[in-house]
Design a protein around this ligand. Structure first.
Ligand SMILES: [Mg+2]
Length: 251
């Protein structure tokens, strides 16, 4: 397995990947934004050579809002960090739904954080901060639909949220929390992170991990793509433009 951190180094030798996983926010699109036409075209072109899989903390509805319905039938979807999986044909492969007891554990942790760090989200719309996506609950400090510029500036390296989680650790026997998106904390079943679910899809479809590549903007320690390191080859991108160059190199 290899993780490529070299900026601008897109040389893969003669290796051709058959299954290419993409993180969505800050890899294929800006946070909660619609994909740019050139990126969409690249993904459509890629789908005739390799399997494309979008992996995101978002739910399916939000993913298709961003990558658009034009990619329906062309790609696999691992939504809610892969806790809900859709085949290319749109059929559900699995859904790891949270129980009511698990949800109340999550809500009490969020309440605790909100009480301690209310200074961080002044002006945020309360109802916009928490999204129950079924297999995952996401808490956004600024609100999921806050202004994009504010969200991108909030905690670009995730350090603020790491500090918060160190101060108020989430202790649970069946759940875990990970830093997600630009302003979020994502709660889901213990161990069922992106890496676990990428491997689950590879196994479910009888693919080889050696033929798979994962592309993301947050493969660094503490980043929300980190769990994929070691599952298959990974490629760290610093911008959407780099992802686009990478896809064009692959096809
Ligand atoms: Mg990302």
């Amino acid at each position: 397995m290899s993780t490529n951190y070299l900026e601008g180094d897109f040389s893969f030798g003669k290796k051709k990947y058959r299954h290419i996983f993409f993180d969505m926010d800050q890899t294929l699109t800006r946070s909660r934004s619609v994909v740019e036409p050139d990126m969409k075209r690249a993904l459509q072109d890629l789908s005739s050579f390799s399997d494309g899989i979008v992996v995101s903390g978002a739910n399916e509805e939000q993913i298709f809002k961003q990558i658009t319905d034009d990619l329906k039938g062309k790609i696999y979807i691992l939504s809610q960090n892969g806790n809900s999986a859709l085949g290319k044909d749109g059929k559900v492969l699995w859904r790891n739904v949270l129980s009511d007891a698990q949800k109340s554990e999550i809500y009490s942790h969020i309440d605790h954080i909100k009480r301690e760090f209310s200074n961080l989200y002044k002006g945020a719309v309360d109802a916009d901060q928490i999204q129950d996506r079924g297999c995952q609950i996401s808490f956004s400090f600024l609100g999921h639909n806050a202004k994009l510029e504010s969200k991108e500036a909030f905690d670009p390296k995730g350090e603020l949220r790491q500090t918060i989680l160190k101060k108020i650790p989430f202790v649970s026997t069946s759940l875990e929390v990970k830093i997600g998106g630009t302003t979020c904390l994502d709660y889901f079943e213990l161990g069922k992170n992106k890496g676990h679910n990428v491997l689950a899809l590879i196994k479910n479809l009888g693919w080889n991990a050696e033929d798979s590549l994962y592309v993301g903007d947050a493969l660094f320690p503490g980043g929300n793509d980190e769990s994929v390191v070691g599952v298959c080859d990974t490629f760290q991108v610093a911008s959407l433009a780099e992802t686009l160059v990478l896809i064009r190199k692959i096809i």
